[in-house]
Design a protein around this ligand. Structure first.
Ligand code: ATP
Length: 427
């Protein structure tokens, strides 16, 4: 399923000559009855769009969404309306999501009324019972939302979402606006409700600690793609995608004695209007596969790039690591040339920083020298283009979209990983 947004009048779109924001691009997965599937990734990677497209709140641009065997994308809004009883949502902000003019009871009853469920007495009874189940009291039915704390309001939202006895609840960062101690309480209530009612959660979060707490399986999103999907234990103990590893490395360690900065993600997420081809993480990936090692069609490369590809293939692993680090650093402009303004001076800076242990040699050295001349002229964009065209574009990571299934070592089940490092292990 894909969901693109059109932004024809956008300034950036006019510069790039394209108008589509590829918020979600060709993702494919299933959600199992009664499980919690967590959707995790940095802000803007498409989590909310994906969840809304599942519920048809955003109609997908392409593809299908099946709910209990029925293709929702075939149905009109009118045909979907009765199904919404089975698919509820809980949002992040417990303050703005409750109508301040309505009493708690009316809020909890509203979905039942909308779907014409039960008579008024039964609705009241259900609402009061649900308030108790989420850890509030039956008499809170007569109060107003402003009388409650953030955690209590999220409990009211839970009671409301459960009022129609739904099968699937989409939870969009339901606890991220709450204090950590309150978060745990609300998550516990959610777990208890799930056990009692057998409901399925699609749980969106950018917080790996919360995901570890609630999920059965975890889907990791990056720039509109699902890059990894596995049972929780498997994902945390045996992560296979470099992006997942970087996300896990950025979880803070709750130990004041650990003070060293841990590996975090380098650089910015590229624009979803013009995302990188192949693997979308390749522009930030520390594991970019060197060109020439795969069946990428060399006939499509120009002579110079093909020659470079050959010597890229021949250089040592250490030299390739250095070239990769240098390319990423130039792309991000993450080092200063200070007063080095001649090619020789720039070369000294670059060598000292990136190539102390190994110089690649051959064609690659010539490309590096040309990039150094560009840097000496202040042409960082030109140097970036040259390095990327030579070292990144011919890589399988740029040429093909990855999709592999690997053996699970921990939780069992399928382990999907969209990274070409797993090529050869079944596609
Ligand atoms: N209605 C829209 N029109 C145009 N672009 C949109 C629209 N909604 C979302 N986007 C873009 O789609 C991309 C994905 O956004 P989305 O909100 O799904 O990400 P997210 O992972 O949920 O982020 P966050 O955690 O910040 O909510 C972003 O680049 C966003 O700017």
């Amino acid at each position: 399923m894909s969901k693109y947004f059109s932004s024809e009048t956008g300034f950036i779109a006019s510069l790039l000559g394209s108008s589509d924001v590829q918020a979600v691009d060709e993702v494919s997965f299933d959600i199992r009855k009664g499980e919690t599937l967590a959707l995790v990734g940095e802000s803007g990677c498409g989590k909310s769009t994906l969840a809304r497209a599942v519920l048809q709140l955003h109609r997908p641009t392409d593809g299908t969404v099946r709910f209990k065997g029925q293709n929702l994308t075939d149905l009109s809004d009118r045909e979907i309306r009765p199904l919404r009883r089975d698919m509820q949502m809980i949002f992040q902000d417990p303050h703005s999501s409750l109508n301040p003019r309505l009493k708690v009871g009316q809020i909890v009853e509203e979905p039942m009324k909308a779907h014409d469920l039960h008579d008024p007495e039964e609705r009241t009874r259900r609402a009061q019972r649900l308030l108790e189940k989420v850890g509030l009291e039956a008499e809170h039915y007569y109060r107003y939302p402003h009388e409650f704390s953030g955690g209590q309001r999220q409990r009211i939202n839970l009671a409301r979402a459960f009022s129609t006895d739904p099968e699937l609840i989409m939870c969009d960062e339901p606890t991220s606006a709450l204090d950590v101690s309150v978060q745990a309480q609300v998550l516990n209530v959610m777990n208890e409700l799930q056990e009692e009612f057998g409901v399925t959660y699609l749980f969106i979060s950018h917080d790996m600690s919360v995901v570890r707490y609630v999920a059965d399986r975890v889907a990791v999103m990056y720039l509109g793609h699902i890059v990894e999907l596995a049972e929780k234990e498997e994902l945390f103990e045996n992560p296979q995608h470099p992006y997942t590893r970087a996300l896990l490395d950025s979880i803070p360690i709750p130990d004041p004695r650990v003070t060293d900065a841990r590996g975090t993600l380098e650089g910015d997420v590229p624009s979803p209007i013009d995302p990188p081809s192949g693997c979308r993480f390749r522009t930030r990936c520390p594991k970019l596969i060197r060109p020439g090692t795969d069946d990428v069609d060399r006939s499509e490369l120009d002579e110079q790039t093909a020659a470079a590809a050959l010597s890229i293939y021949e250089m040592s692993d250490v030299a390739w690591e250095n070239v990769r680090a240098y390319t990423r650093a130039v792309t991000r402009r993450s080092f200063a040339l200070e007063d080095a303004d001649s090619p020789a001076a720039v070369r000294n800076v670059v060598d000292e920083r990136f190539f102390t242990d190994a110089r690649p040699g051959g064609e690659v050295d010539e490309v590096l020298d040309r990039s150094i001349e560009l840097l000496a002229d202040g042409e960082w964009d030109g140097a970036t283009d040259l390095l990327r065209t030579t070292f990144e574009e011919p890589s399988i990571c740029a040429a093909r979209k990855p999709a592999y299934t690997v053996e699970s070592e921990y939780g069992g089940g399928d382990h999907y990983v969209a990274c070409h490092l797993h090529r050869g292990r079944g596609e």
